[in-house]
Design a protein around this ligand. Sequence first.
Ligand code: FES
Length: 75
Amino acid sequence: MYVCICRGVTEKTIREAVFQGADRMRDLKECLGVTEQCGICACHAKQILDQTLLERPQSMKNFLPASACMCETPA
Ligand code: FES
């Protein structure tokens, strides 16, 4: 399901980014462009971020620095 229509970012993509190390909205913005345009997606993206952080293994906390996020920014 699309979360950010402006950037074509899906829930799955956000979850993958979190499992790759994103743990703040700023990380999602930098990696995926979420909230960069109209911003309507912010609340839903934050919910997915928070939910996925709870599911992410504790051993992954700080596993990768945000700068190491390997997400591809949608064209
Ligand atoms: S829907 Fe995400 S910036 Fe517009």
